[in-house]
Design a binder for this molecule. Structure first.
Ligand SMILES: [Zn+2]
Ligand SMILES: [Zn+2]
Length: 103
C-alpha cells in the first residue's frame, strides 16, 4: 500500500503531498522518480513550456554563428541569427520609400 508522502518543491521550496493515489499512478506509469515540484509549480512550468515555441539549432548563413530558429531549417535556405535577421530586415525595404513616388 502507498502512503501520502511529504516532499519539498524544488522550485518554490514549499512542502507538498505526494499522495498515495499519485504514487500508485506513478508506479503504474513505471516512473521511479518522485515529483520534484509541487502541483502549482508543475502547472506553471507546463504553461511556460506550452508557451515557449520549439526551437531548432541552426547556423547563421551570414555570420556563421550558432543560433536557434523557431522553424525547422531547410537545407539550402538561408537562416539568420537574431542580429543578422534584424540587419537583413532593415536593409530590405518592405515597401518602396515614399520619395520614389515623387517625380
Ligand atoms: Zn512549488
Ligand atoms: Zn548572423
Amino acid at each position: 500500500m502507498y502512503e501520502d508522502e511529504k516532499l519539498v518543491c524544488e522550485d518554490c521550496g514549499c512542502e507538498f503531498v505526494f499522495t498515495a493515489g499519485e504514487q500508485e499512478f506513478y508506479a503504474e506509469k513505471g516512473l521511479v522518480n518522485k515529483p520534484k515540484r509541487c502541483p502549482e509549480c508543475r502547472k506553471t512550468r507546463r504553461k511556460l513550456h506550452r508557451k515557449s515555441r520549439r526551437m531548432y539549432d541552426a547556423v547563421c548563413s551570414k555570420c556563421g554563428v550558432q543560433t536557434q530558429v523557431p522553424f525547422k531549417p531547410v537545407p539550402g535556405k538561408e537562416v539568420y541569427c537574431r542580429d543578422c535577421f534584424k540587419e537583413v530586415a532593415e536593409s530590405t525595404p518592405a515597401e518602396q520609400p515614399e520619395s520614389t513616388t515623387v517625380a
